[in-house]
Design a protein around this ligand. Structure first.
Ligand SMILES: Nc1nc2c(c(=O)[nH]1)N[C@H]1C(S)=C(S)[C@@H](COP(=O)(O)O)O[C@H]1N2
Ligand SMILES: [Mo]
Length: 191
């Protein structure tokens, strides 16, 4: 790789007088730097563990391996829909968010607390999405809210892994498609 860059620099130095060579080099250099920038950016957001927190002292951190021990669910033909258009994901394997919350045991259920409870999903870049307790546990939406660790048969790639949260039953699935999911926090609107 380094040799390659050095050779490239030599071509730049000697090709300086030729406008066509110069233009070609310029375009290639921009393309290379954009590619490098994209991989660099993604890599810095990749998450390898997921923190689930809620009531009082209750909190649990899951590695990808930990999450893989929970009952898995596979969703097929998941659409990512936004104002910009639609892309299709052939398959996503993971654990339902409601299953993960049950396993972490972070939700208080006494004295009608659940109806005031909401769940905040936060990504490594600060992006967030929220779900109400009723939405997850008392509506069909919950069946589509998946914390995925596998996309189309491979670990979720750097561009959105290793934990990717989707809400497959939403109309506009883009807004609750949380790449680089880092934490899930249970909160209540009062008390
Ligand atoms: N972590 C993270 N996830 C995110 C975003 C983001 O900025 N950060 N953008 C969201 C938005 S606005 C959309 S529409 C979808 C799809 O984005 P894409 O078309 O770039 O894949 O990803 C969502 N997930
Ligand atoms: Mo979006």
């Amino acid at each position: 790789m380094k040799n390659w860059v050095r050779r490239f620099a030599r071509i730049v130095a000697f090709g300086g007088n030729d406008a066509r060579v110069g233009a070609l080099i310029g375009v290639t250099a921009v393309a290379l730097s954009v590619a490098a920038h994209e991989t660099g950016d993604s890599r810095k957001f990749v998450t390898h563990s997921l923190s689930v927190s809620g009531d009082a002292k209750k909190s649990k951190t899951f590695s990808v391996e930990d999450v893989k021990t929970l009952p898995s669910r596979t969703l097929t033909d998941v659409a990512v829909i936004s104002k910009r258009g639609m892309t299709m994901i052939k398959s996503l394997k993971g654990v339902l968010l409601k299953e993960l919350l049950d396993r972490a045991d972070v939700i208080a259920k006494t004295n009608g607390k659940t109806k005031k409870t909401f769940i905040v999903a936060t990504a490594a870049d600060g992006y967030t999405a929220i779900f109400s307790w009723n939405e997850l546990f008392n509506s069909p939406i919950g069946e589509g809210v998946l914390v995925a660790y596998e996309k189309e048969g491979a670990p979720v790639p750097d561009t959105e892994g290793r934990f990717l949260l989707v809400s497959a039953k939403d109309y506009m699935t883009g807004s609750r498609h949380v790449r680089w999911l880092k934490s899930v926090d249970v909160r209540r609107i009062d008390d």
